[in-house]
Design a protein around this ligand. Structure first.
Ligand code: HEC
Ligand SMILES: [Cu+2]
Length: 426
């Protein structure tokens, strides 16, 4: 007897251990995308619906299993017993077991539907408005009350209700920050709403992602959300509103052409402070103000982990930002990207690059924003991110979508200069 039962006992022990592991997965920073948290009224509500569902499902499970076991035991086969009477159908029983699940479903549906309506109803009047626009395969965030447009990095003040207006520029996407709230779809030709208040959140970074399959780089359509203090948020928006931090040009006054950027100045003489002083920004940024989440305070779970694809390399001297600005301003970039303060760069197709140097990631959270990744990104975007709308621009690189080699593209040195320019756009 013992010999045949031991394997089964081991199986039970293994299953119990697996279950314990699965349950322990429900909490803590080790599971950075858990939904079992209570940082906003939205995820408190989701958690309470989850608990309600879990309670009713567990109850049904236990009752059904007990009834099953009882029937198995009570009506087990006995020696010398006559064959049992065959029956078919029992109207009362069937009505009862149809009604009970229906009642249970009502118990589940009412709080669920109520939560859906509540979270997409009008938010409180002083809520922070954020327009979220999904693009293949990146996120645009607009703060209309502050005149700020940015991409892939969302800043939220702790304690203030944020009202998201969810739209898409192309196909259906879905917005989700698992530990704060969502997910809700971005539907073509339709606006969805969602609001929540990060009222018990720390100052930290959170992962966000697209959760509705949207094409080749759906899995590469991520973002980061940062919850910051209200004071930091005000500083951040004030900084984001200013024109580019490098080589900005005063907007043309009627009848007068825009002044030319100081591209002849050597990069080394252009310190950040003189640049800030020469731009026409209305809100000068002091060195002490908060201009973005510090890279050294990124929690490990928000660090990009994607390795650089094989077969792409880069070799150049350190770039010059002033030369980079000139090359950028006469390249295809300006047709797709906006840099406020650079009147050549008015494109609307790709992410706004006005303060790209202050972002911690590029390519919708895919890679860290450093010289090497930025250079490789510009050199062969489509190798770095499959399907990308941004074309491969490096001379001699193979563009996998056009299936041709780029002959009149940018050299590594030109790319290094552009990188120096973009990195200076803090
Ligand atoms: C045809 C339009 C197009 C052109 C031309 C183009 N880009 Fe892009 N760019 C995009 C799009 C679209 C994205 C977003 C790609 C993604 O993440 O899927 C992007 C992303 C980027 C990013 C990453 C931004 C971020 O925050 O993630 C940088 C940097 C960038 N482009 C720089 C350049 C430079 C420099 C040039 C010129 C040498 C250029 N782009 C030319 C469309 C374009
Ligand atoms: Cu998407």
């Amino acid at each position: 007897m013992t010999a045949t039962h031991r394997p089964r006992r081991r199986l039970h022990a293994a299953l119990t251990a697996a279950l314990a592991f699965a349950i322990s997965a429900c909490s803590g920073d080790k599971y950075p995308n858990t939904i079992f948290e209570r940082h906003t009224e939205f995820n408190r509500e989701v958690l309470s619906i989850f608990n309600t569902m879990f309670f009713w499902s567990a109850l049904v499970f236990v009752l059904v299993e007990v009834a099953l076991l009882w029937v198995l035991w009570r009506y087990r086969r006995r020696e010398g017993q006559p064959e049992p009477k065959h029956v078919h159908g029992h109207t009362t029983l069937e009505i009862v077991w149809t009604l009970i699940p229906a009642v249970i479903l009502i118990f589940l549906a009412v709080p669920t539907v109520r939560a859906i309506f509540r979270t997409q109803a009008k938010a409180v009047p002083n809520a922070l408005q954020v327009q979220v626009i999904g693009h293949q395969w990146w996120w645009e965030f607009r703060y209309p009350q502050y005149g700020v447009i940015t991409a892939n990095e969302l800043y939220l003040p702790i304690g203030r209700t944020v009202n998201f207006e969810l739209k898409t520029a192309d196909v259906i996407h879905s917005f989700w920050i698992p530990r704060l709230g969502g997910k809700r779809d971005l539907v073509s030709n339709h606006t969805n709403y969602l609001w929540f208040t990060p009222d018990s959140a720390d100052e930290t970074a959170w992962n966000g992602s697209c959760n509705e399959y949207c094409g080749a780089s759906h899995a590469n359509m991520r973002f980061r959300a940062f919850t910051v203090t209200p004071a930091q948020f005000e500083e951040w928006t004030a900084h984001q509103k200013t024109p580019a931090a490098f080589g900005a040009v005063a907007p043309a006054t009627p009848g007068q052409p825009a002044t030319q950027p100081a591209t002849t100045q050597s990069a080394t003489t252009q310190t950040a402070t003189t640049q800030t002083a020469t731009t026409q920004s209305t809100t000068p940024v002091t060195a002490a103000s908060f201009t973005g989440w510090p890279a050294d305070r990124m929690p490990a779970y928000t660090e990009p982990t994607k390795p650089i694809p094989a077969g792409i390399s880069f070799n150049a001297q350190p770039g010059d930002p002033a030369r980079g600005q000139q090359i950028y301003s006469r390249s295809a970039c300006i047709g797709c990207h906006m840099i406020s303060g650079n009147p050549m760069s008015m494109g609307q197709i790709g992410p706004n690059l006005t303060h790209v140097g202050s972002r911690l990631t590029i390519g919708a959270g895919l890679y860290p924003n450093d010289d090497q990744h930025l250079a490789l990104w510009i050199k062969n975007t489509r190798a770095m991110k499959p399907g990308s709308i941004m074309p491969t621009l490096g001379k001699g690189e193979y563009d996998p979508i056009l299936a041709t080699t780029v002959t009149s593209g940018l050299t590594d040195q030109e790319i290094a200069d552009i990188v120096a320019y973009l990195r200076a756009l803090k």
